[in-house]
Design a protein around this ligand. Sequence first.
Ligand code: DC
Length: 220
Amino acid sequence: MIVAIDGPAGSGKSTIAKILAERLGALYIDTGAMYRALTYKVLASGIDLQDKEKIYEIARNTKLDFVKKGSTYHILLDGKDVNEEIRKPEVSTKVFYVADYPKIRGIMVFLQRKLSTNESVVIEGRDTTTVVFPEAKHKFFLDAEFSERVRRRQSDLLNKGIKISWEELSQSLAERDRKDKTRPVGALKQAPGAIYIDTTKLSIEEVVNKLLEIINKKDV
Ligand code: DC
């Protein structure tokens, strides 16, 4: 079984996908973490972020896996757990260099499909319903109002002890939305057949239950 979930930053898709995977006994694939891990490797190698051919070479020689640690999944970059490192601001601001490059996306899509060959998965990102698994039986597009997405980001960061102003967060989220929507390949959009869910006024549990209800109905 493949459940594919797309949506903008702050739509709640990672949180929801993680819980859904747990409930369905499926593997959780965080495609954003894959783009982040590759960006981390490129930054650590010190090569020029404009050098697309070198980045492509690095991508071709990179191994990405997910392992379950407690109730969360960690990403392994060439066997090393980089779960913490990939969330750092320098990775967040540079990831678009890697994610905007169509040949790199091709490798990532290949890896994502490979990870999904032998088991049930819940996969989330920006293009999982449009490019990676357009034929998936269960496709969702999660969304939320812009101000709610900023609020969620702010509270996530505060929980980690990071204080960033509303203005700064709004600007960076608007910029990420723009980049996600205008990417020439793998741009964020609602796929045909994907069910749109506005999570603005819903709790996490309510969204999870809604998705489970739809999945169970379709599976009958
Ligand atoms: O969901 P996230 O913030 O961890 O994603 C990190 C970046 O990777 C984000 O800038 C968008 C990009 N991304 C992408 O282009 N395609 C995906 N399937 C997932 C993420």
